[in-house]
Every structure is written in structure tokens, then in C-alpha cells.
Design a protein around this ligand. Structure first.
Ligand SMILES: [Zn+2]
Length: 497
């Protein structure tokens, strides 16, 4: 089969120039200059293309005005304009994203026409046209090769699969009618399956898998559809454009400076028990840069503290998951301003704020149990601390405890007995108060520290209280370290602007 013969046949069947290139299996940039590529492939140009000033009633001109019988106008200049205008008329301007991706939902009519042309080429050119490998560059791939670069260029954006997603829905006047015919064809072409399945789901996937000349006979197909595809008057119709911004993840570390602040909104029986929370303070100052819908943001952290526990030291890693973001960049300058705004709350401070890749969230989501936590507890005895007591609370060899779910969290956690490892305990007497101890404790994540100290009537065993054989009361607790080295440290205060 010569390229020239193929193109002539396609032209006579009302196939547009872009689709002619698809059938010549053109690749990448070859779609940029159609004339040049056709010449390169030894195809004579259609008289009219070269001679624009030519005779008004040349037959080729007429053909060009019609809608392409294989792409239904998808690759026409008119459609590009319509698409571009549609995008600009949408909420597109709201999004401050440099990267975009088109997701086009195509009517099944296009797949049917592709098959019709496949049959037609086999009839015309015989065995040189394969029965299981399509003779053309599939429309979906061609959209990537042709439409994507054009739309990106006109909008001055870059293509990126994770960029702002432009969902484009296309229909065609004939689709409904053709799908009905397809249901009938399907029963005839695959009778065994039709008998076995009560209702056959006609889908794009089914068409892709089952509908090729090696599986459906041209004669059967032709009872319902023309070979090659019939000429049409109307092009594809653009029914909707829907934008979906990227999912942006913003990570950092927070320090909790207040003993009167919950992790997330604390609501009991519909009543707020505390007016603010770490989650809300951070989202309030970071969220608006990325979205108008703050309620859609998910706040996650590597563990959490109780309301009355501070978190000091390097702080606790956290991440905000922001869906449908209007922008995905955060400059150091902007990050620094957010850090300052959160600091002003006086209750929480944040550092190392940065946008991270989505797959980095595994740092926060997994391995929680294996992590070590570092605490400092202020504890009180009923008597002055003796040397003997102090000695018993210097433990450098790790030991295991059994911990029943504390009574105070039973309303939200199931009752279990969990083994936990305590890596070390180091106590000293608080200066100026002989009955008070400052105890540094390193534990496996997930250990309830208050119960580890006082034992909760034996529900945690052993406990520091059972080790010294005396009651201990815990008065204040700070988290002083979490052994998760993520996200990377960045100093947003240093920026060059
Ligand atoms: Zn076409």
C-alpha cells in the first residue's frame, strides 16, 4: 500500500488532513506542519491546498468544508477555537497553575468510525492492513500529540499529568442512535456472551477490547453501520468544561506552646469544648493561598498530643492535603509570612513550611508504630525524692509494658491491651522542689505517657509508680522530640527578594 494511494482513499472518504496523518502513523512534531510531513511521506498535496487563490468550485474545497468522517471535527481549527474560548470562559483565570492537562471524554461514535475505516482499508488494501493492530494513531494518543501542544501554547502553559485538569465533555448528535445500534450489533457479534450476561454494558472499554476486525466480521458490522463511516453534517459538540486543580501537599513542623489547645476541633455532643485548635490555626493561615474551600483541607500529623501537653524541640511534622488547589507553588517569602502569622497566635508556631510531592506523605502515614517519641514530664511525689527512688528511675535498658486503653480515651478508642517499648527513663529532682521530679522518657510511638507514669490502677504495668512502689502524679507533659526527619529543614526567613 503506497502512502499516496492511502491518502487518496482517505480524502475520498472525507477524512481530514490531521486524520490522514494519523493513518500515515505520523508521530510527535510531524503534526505541526501537515504539508511538510505529507511531502516528506511522498504524498502529493491536494491541489487546493497549494493554490489558495484558485478556482472557487474545485471539488476538494467542498470536501474540506465538511466534517471529518473519522474525528468528527475534533482536530479542526474550529474546534480548537471553540475549546480555547470555552476554557477561557470557565474559571480558568482563577487558577494560578503553570501546568495543565486535558482530559477529554469522547463519544463512542468516534470508536465506531475508527472501526468502520479499519474495515474499509482492509477491503481496499487487503492483507497489508492488520486485523488486530489499528491502522491509525489512536484518537486519544493523537489528542496528546496534537491538541495538547496547541492548547498549551495558546494558554502559555506547560503540559503535566499532575497539573490543572481540564475535563472536557464532548457529545455528538448521532451518538445516542449509534449506541442503540451497537447494542443490537453486540448481541449478534457476540451471541454467547449476550446469552450469558443479562444486560450488556456497552462501554468504551468494551469497544476497545472487542471491536476489531479479528473479532467482529465486517459483514455483521455493516448491517448496522456504514463502511467507511457515513458523512455527517454536524461536528462534535462541546457540552461542558470542568476544571480540577491539583492536589497540593504542604508540609512543615509545628510546635505546640499552649496547654489549652486541642489538636483538632474538640466537639462533644455538638458543643465546642475549646475555641481553637492546631488544625484550624494552621489551615486559617496557610489554606487561603491555595483554595477558597478551607473545609476541604485535610490536616495530618505524625501522632498528636493531648490538649494539656506541649510539643517543643524541633516540633512535630504535619502536612496539609489540599484538593483542587488554585495554585501549587509557595515562595519562601510567602511561606515565611504564613509562619509569622501562625506564630502570632501565641499558641502554635510552625517552621519549614513547604510544598512536598504527594508520595512523600508516606513518611507521615506509615511506620508510626516504629517511631520513637521523646517526652519530658513534670511529676510530683507525696514525699521528698530519695536517692533510692532517683536510682530506680534511671533506666537505660529498654523494657516492655502492657497498656490497657486508658479510661479517658475509651469513648473513642476500642479496649485493647497493647505492648509498648520504653527505651529509657531519666529522672532528676526539680530545682527548689524536693517533692518534684523532671523525668525524660523515650518511648515507642503510641504509648500513653500519663498512664505510664501513674499506672492507672494497674491498667498499665509496669509503670513508673509500680517501679518505685509509690504513687506519682503527673503535673505537666511536653513532647520534646519525634524521630521523624521530615520534611527537610528549610529556613524560609532567608530569601532573596
Ligand atoms: Zn479528522
Amino acid at each position: 500500500m503506497k502512502n499516496q494511494d492511502l491518502v487518496e482513499f482517505l480524502r475520498s472518504s472525507g477524512v481530514c488532513e490531521v486524520c490522514q496523518l494519523r493513518y500515515l502513523k505520523a508521530r510527535g512534531t510531524e503534526y505541526r506542519d501537515i504539508k511538510e510531513t505529507l511531502q516528506k511521506l511522498d504524498v502529493k498535496l491536494n491541489g487546493n491546498v497549494e493554490n489558495k487563490e484558485g478556482n472557487e468550485d474545485q471539488p476538494a474545497k467542498k470536501a474540506r468544508l465538511g466534517v471529518c468522517t473519522t474525528c468528527l471535527g475534533l482536530f479542526s481549527k474550529d474546534f480548537q477555537m471553540e475549546l480555547l474560548e470555552g476554557i477561557l470562559a470557565s474559571d480558568f483565570a482563577k487558577y494560578d497553575c503553570q501546568k495543565i492537562v486535558l482530559a477529554i471524554c469522547l463519544p463512542m461514535s468516534l470508536q465506531l468510525r475508527q472501526l468502520a475505516m479499519w474495515f474499509a482499508l482492509q477491503r481496499k488494501f487487503g492483507a497489508s492492513v492488520d486485523s488486530s493492530n489499528p491502522p491509525d494513531v489512536p484518537i486519544k494518543e493523537a489528542v496528546k500529540l496534537i491538541l495538547h501542544p496547541i492548547i498549551c501554547e495558546k494558554l502559555a502553559k506547560e503540559y503535566d499529568a499532575n497539573g490543572l485538569m481540564i475535563n472536557i465533555d464532548l457529545t455528538h448528535k448521532l451518538e445516542h442512535e449509534e449506541v442503540e445500534k451497537l447494542v443490537k450489533l453486540n448481541k449478534e457479534a457476540f451471541p454467547a456472551k449476550a446469552a450469558y450476561q443479562k444486560r450488556i454494558e456497552i462501554s468504551r472499554g468494551l469497544l476497545e477490547k472487542q471491536y476489531q476486525p479479528s473479532k467482529v466480521r465486517a459483514e455483521t458490522f455493516e448491517k448496522y453501520f456504514q463502511i467507511p463511516g457515513s458523512t455527517v453534517e454536524e461536528p462534535l459538540k462541546l457540552t461542558s468544561i470542568d476544571l480540577q486543580g491539583p492536589l497540593v501537599c504542604v508540609a512543615g513542623r509545628y510546635r505546640k506552646l499552649s496547654r489549652e489547645l486541642s489538636h483538632t476541633p474538640w466537639i462533644l455532643n455538638g458543643q465546642r469544648l475549646m475555641e481553637d485548635s492546631i488544625e484550624e490555626i494552621i489551615i486559617r493561615h496557610v489554606g487561603p493561598h491555595f483554595t477558597e474551600k478551607l473545609d476541604k483541607i485535610t490536616f495530618m500529623s505524625s501522632g498528636r498530643e493531648d490538649v494539656d501537653v506541649r510539643c517543643l524541640g524541633k516540633g512535630r511534622p504535619f502536612v496539609l492535603e489540599i484538593p483542587n488547589a488554585i495554585r501549587s507553588c509557595l515562595s519562601k517569602d510567602q511561606a515565611f509570612k504564613m509562619e509569622q502569622a501562625v506564630d502570632e497566635s501565641g499558641k502554635v508556631s510552625i517552621l519549614h513550611l513547604q510544598v512536598v510531592a504527594r508520595d512523600e506523605l508516606t513518611h507521615i502515614k506509615t511506620g508510626e508504630e516504629q517511631k520513637k517519641k521523646f517526652y519530658r514530664a513534670l511529676c510530683a511525689l507525696k514525699e521528698p525524692v530519695s536517692v533510692e527512688i532517683l536510682d530506680k528511675l534511671q533506666i537505660s535498658v529498654s523494657f516492655d509494658i502492657q497498656q490497657k486503653t486508658p479510661i479517658r480515651v475509651l469513648h473513642r478508642r476500642p479496649l485493647h491491651t497493647r505492648p509498648r517499648t520504653i527505651y529509657s527513663v531519666k529522672a532528676k529532682v526539680q530545682r527548689g522542689n524536693p517533692k518534684a521530679l523532671v523525668i525524660d522518657i523515650v518511648t515507642q510511638a503510641g504509648t500513653y505517657i500519663k498512664e505510664l507514669v501513674h499506672g492507672e490502677f494497674g491498667r498499665t504495668a509496669p509503670s513508673l509508680s509500680s517501679i518505685i512502689g509509690k504513687p506519682i502524679d503527673i503535673q505537666a507533659l511536653d513532647v520534646v522530640g519525634i524521630d521523624l526527619d521530615w520534611p527537610p529543614e528549610v529556613d524560609n526567613a532567608i530569601h532573596t527578594e
